[in-house]
Design a protein around this ligand. Structure first.
Ligand SMILES: NC(=O)c1ccc[n+]([C@@H]2O[C@H](COP(=O)([O-])OP(=O)(O)OC[C@H]3O[C@@H](n4cnc5c(N)ncnc54)[C@H](O)[C@@H]3O)[C@@H](O)[C@H]2O)c1
Length: 474
């Protein structure tokens, strides 16, 4: 009878009311986000789940313990929360120095973890989680297909980063964004140049435009220029014709000639604009340097530059990643934790992403159940489930096999962790070894893109320089 019960649970899942979801306090340095907002907890409680939240988990996001209690959560300590059936986190589990134990070591056997994971960059963590027979859903691996937009935490965090970049720039700029004619005098509008029209760049364009600035945008992809235009920004172009369109709509590395041509364009713009926000990234590569020191030094006193690519090396030569400082009269903002600096908003959207994901992958009214299949069609829910689940009952199932019916231009198959590790070991020099281990902890760009670019161009994956866009991702 016992075997039958286990078998039937495996086939049909476990009733929500028998499961506890744990929301721990994030312990990564300066991390202010929390994985579930009170509204998210309420949705899970309504579904039938029991929810436990660590005391103070939402404090930095302005969600008090009482908020969580009011919607039906129990407030508990670190150890109790991490011993839940489902653990929902923002950051991948790390060593808890206050308790002298790794967070994953406090998980119960066969728990489910939902979090940013970056499986390719974190093989040791995967090993640890495998020992505990954990099932892992990686928020950074949710396939970026239309059906999954509601669970795309990379995009929701990039959106916040783009907005916050404008708010910070406005805060450090000495003038209005909007032009005004007042009795006291005529005020010209601020001119904002945005490089890169991905999720973050377009969010910046929208925010700067709504504040009344004159906004210009540049991207190597024609589609992004169109999007700039639709937001009311002026798209800039270079004479050289070269498409920046890479695999799956992502950017490809541009030729030396193209980079030179765009830098020539930017050099002129530097003498005209007041604010520059850069977001140019190439999946799996170091961010291209697009603004040299002399270009920045040619900007007007009081100008502001925000380098959202800072963690991937930066688009601006004078950026100091993680720092804000003034160089020759130009304020440089190189913060790499912008979503966490808008913690309430970031937590709310991240929480929504998680709730939507859970509802989509386990649509049953009574039981929690999902089944990653190895055969699935591109853009379907099966694609989302298989892509997101990177470990099932302790078995690493990352990366997912390629879907059937891949439309032309969609990302190609990812490489396995073992393949990437082997290639890395073969190419790494002792000199760069230390650098690599450092970048592993800060790296964040999702692997599908890394894989797609690497496979597409036939290059070895350069994990040493692989951009860490933790800012956009975790
Ligand atoms: N669910 C979905 O369908 C989904 C979700 C998210 C993003 N997307 C799409 O994926 C694409 C990439 O979005 P992202 O936010 O991840 O981008 P990203 O953060 O990887 O890159 C930012 C931008 O930098 C641009 N760039 C690269 N090199 C440049 C250079 N030398 N000069 C100027 N610009 C340069 C890129 O073209 C890109 O638009 C977009 O088309 C976006 O709409 C789709």
């Amino acid at each position: 009878i016992a075997t039958n019960a286990v078998l039937s649970a495996t086939l049909t899942g476990i009733p929500y009311k028998q499961l506890t979801v744990g929301v721990p306090k994030e312990i990564f340095e300066n991390e202010k986000r929390v994985a579930l907002s009170p509204a998210g907890v309420q949705a899970l409680v309504k579904q039938g789940f029991n929810v436990v939240v660590e005391s103070g988990a939402g404090e930095a996001s302005k969600f008090s313990d009482d908020h969580y209690r009011e919607v039906g959560a129990k407030i508990q300590g670190t150890k109790e929360v991490l011993a839940s059936d489902l653990i929902v986190k923002v950051r991948a589990p790390i060593y808890n120095s206050a308790l002298g134990v790794h967070e994953a070591d406090l998980f119960k056997t066969a728990a489910t973890l939902i979090s940013f994971i970056y499986p390719a960059q974190n093989p040791d963590l995967l090993k640890k989680l495998a020992e505990k027979k954990t099932t892992v859903l990686a928020m950074d691996q949710v396939p970026r297909v239309t059906i999954a937009q509601g669970y795309d935490a990379l995009s929701s965090m990039a959106n916040i980063a783009g907005y916050k970049a404008v708010v910070l720039a406005a805060n450090h700029f000495g003038r209005f964004f909007t032009g005004q004619i007042t009795a006291a005098g005529k005020v010209p509008p601020a001119k904002v140049l945005i490089i890169g029209g991905g999720v973050a760049g377009l969010a910046s364009a929208g925010a700067a435009k709504s504040m009344g600035a004159v906004v210009r945008g540049f991207d190597t992809r024609a589609a992004a220029l169109e999007q700039f235009k639709s937001l009311g920004a002026e798209p800039l172009e270079v004479d050289l014709k070269e498409s920046g369109e890479g695999q799956g709509g992502y950017a490809k590395e541009m030729s030396k000639e193209f980079i030179e041509a765009e830098m020539k364009l930017f050099a002129k713009q530097c003498q005209d604009v007041d604010i520059i926000i850069t977001t140019a990234l190439i999946p799996g590569k170091k961010a291209p340097i697009l603004f040299k020191r002399d270009m920045i030094e040619s900007m007007k006193e009081g100008s502001v530059v925000v380098d959202l690519a800072a963690e991937a090396g930066g688009n601006i030569e004078t950026t100091k990643p993680g720092e804000m400082y003034v160089h020759k009269g130009v304020t440089h903002i190189g913060y790499t934790d912008l979503p966490s600096r808008m913690a309430t908003q970031a937590s709310t959207l991240y929480s929504n992403n998680i709730i939507k994901l859970l509802k989509a992958i386990s649509p049953d009214k009574e039981n929690f159940y999902f089944d990653p299949k190895d055969e699935f069609d591109y853009g379907t829910l099966d694609h989302v489930v298989r892509g997101t689940v990177v470990m099932k009952d302790g078995k690493v199932i990352f990366p997912a096999p390629p879907p059937n019916n891949i439309p032309q231009g969609a990302p190609v198959k990812q490489k396995t962790v073992a393949e990437l590790e082997a290639e890395k070991a073969a190419t790494i020099t002792p000199f760069r070894k230390t650098m690599t281990s450092a970048s592993v902890y800060t790296a964040g760009r999702q692997l599908p893109e890394l894989g797609s670019v690497v496979v597409d161009k036939g290059d070895p994956p350069d994990l040493e320089t692989s951009p860490c866009t933790k800012l956009f991702c975790c």
